[in-house]
Design a protein around this ligand. Structure first.
Ligand code: GAL
Length: 416
């Protein structure tokens, strides 16, 4: 028999994996929305998995669409139809707990956290976010920051403006840029990116504590401060491009790169896009600051993967979770993704200067959760809030929007 060297190596690796107790063959289907430009970080993680489990055929199933807008709908059909993927991407927090955990469709991963020693390497608050009913329901692969304002340093210099620190300053800068002929000083994209902008404007208006009080029910959506937040949001929208609904988040980011617009409020997957896809250098190719009014606050979200009950390839899925929760896994994934590791022991020398600054802020800032990306609000609120924003974009009626959000909060049981 004349085997090629590659084949011999694969066989040897499979034999070693089998000897170490790892699954030697099988399949694994991973489900996420990380396709195309969002794909490289996930592919790096899968590469690592394949090195450890070379005989497993990995099906990297993706449904494209930023923030999982399309993927979540497909996942729902599959979960309800009894054909769950072996492991799927989901935001840490309410997005999973309020849906598939309460519906009793997920396996409790506390045992895995124990055997892997993860309770010691993940921040306590993050584990709390993943926990309910005495269980831990998913494994976080990263921490992303939502409240970041991106810009093109050379263009800001040419226009003679600096990154605004408050929303009032932002509006003044916006007027100055318009006078210089910049038609849309702010770029935004499709509906979820508008909600993302809303989140930053609201936190910049209410402050970190005010934001938390909104989700605990202590502050009502009809509070004058929330109405004020919507009013400011409307004025900020006046600075934005008119073709937003047709743009993906990447296309919106492109307008910063090409200098069409001055600012974009987006999560730090934009840093991954700038460095990994666009090959830009942090600080020179792209610049960043906390979104106006939020300096000292880190609005977090975490991507995680869970194990649905009835997964066809359970053993392979558990090994997948082991890889993505490992230090090597997180340090392969996150430098490409723009996020920082969820683990506290990651090797920061592998990360960009942007990510190093995010890691420093993660340690010293006040941490609050993102609504748009699943951390703080029940799914019933999240999935209906897009319509409130759409209506507000059309009507600009701040009081009506606050009332509608308030009704949604009541129906979703916020504060109950
Ligand atoms: C977020 C997700 C990020 C990134 C982004 C854009 O919801 O947490 O990892 O994928 O959407 O699609």
């Amino acid at each position: 028999m004349n085997l090629s060297l590659a084949k011999k190596t694969a066989l040897l690796a499979a034999a070693l994996a089998a000897a170490s107790g790892a699954s030697a063959a099988g399949k694994l289907e991973i489900f996420s929305w990380w396709s195309g430009d969002e794909g490289p970080a996930l592919e790096a993680l899968i590469k690592l998995y394949r090195q450890k489990y070379p005989a497993v055929a990995v099906d990297n199933a993706t449904v494209s669409g930023g923030a999982g807008t399309n993927a979540k709908a497909v996942l729902k059909t599959r979960m309800l139809g009894g054909t769950p993927p072996d492991s799927f991407q989901v935001h840490a927090g309410q997005e999973l707990i309020g849906t598939w955990v309460v519906a009793n469709r997920m396996e409790d991963l506390s045992g895995l956290f124990r055997t892997e020693g993860w309770s010691k390497v993940y921040p306590k608050d993050l584990v709390t976010l993943l926990s309910s009913k005495g269980g831990i329901w998913s494994v976080p692969v990263n921490v992303h920051r939502s409240n970041v304002m991106w810009y093109n340093p050379a263009k800001l210099r040419a226009w003679g403006v600096t990154p605004p620190k408050t929303w009032n300053e932002f509006l003044t800068t916006c007027a100055a840029l318009k006078r210089k002929g910049v038609a849309a000083p702010l770029v935004m994209g499709e509906n979820w990116t508008q909600q993302h902008l809303w989140e930053s404007v609201m936190i910049g208006t209410l402050g970190a504590q005010g934001w938390q009080d909104l989700w605990s029910g202590k502050t009502k959506f009809t509070d004058p401060k929330v109405v004020q937040g919507f009013t400011t949001f409307g004025r900020v929208l006046d600075c934005a491009n008119k073709d937003a609904s047709g743009l993906s988040w990447q296309q919106a980011s492109d307008r910063i790169v090409d200098g069409t617009s001055a600012f974009n409020i987006m999560g730090d997957w934009a840093a991954g896009y700038f460095t990994t896809t666009k090959k830009l250098r942090p600080s020179t190719g792209f610049g960043w600051a906390a979104s106006p009014g939020t300096s000292g606050t880190f609005v977090m979200l975490a991507d995680s993967f869970g194990l649905p009950k009835g997964a066809k390839n359970r053993a392979e899925a558990l090994n997948w979770l082991r890889v993505l929760g490992s230090k090597a896994g997180q340090d392969a994934f996150n430098p490409l993704k723009g996020s920082i590791a969820a683990r506290t022991d990651s090797d920061l020398s592998k990360y960009s200067t942007y990510s190093k600054s995010a890691a420093a802020d993660w340690r010293k800032n006040r941490i609050v959760g993102s609504m748009v990306h699943g951390a703080v609000a029940p799914e019933s609120f999240m999935s209906a809030f897009g319509a409130v924003v759409d209506q507000f974009v059309a009507s600009r009626n701040a009081q009506a929007a606050a009332n509608a959000a308030g009704q949604l909060a009541t129906r979703s049981g916020i504060g109950r």
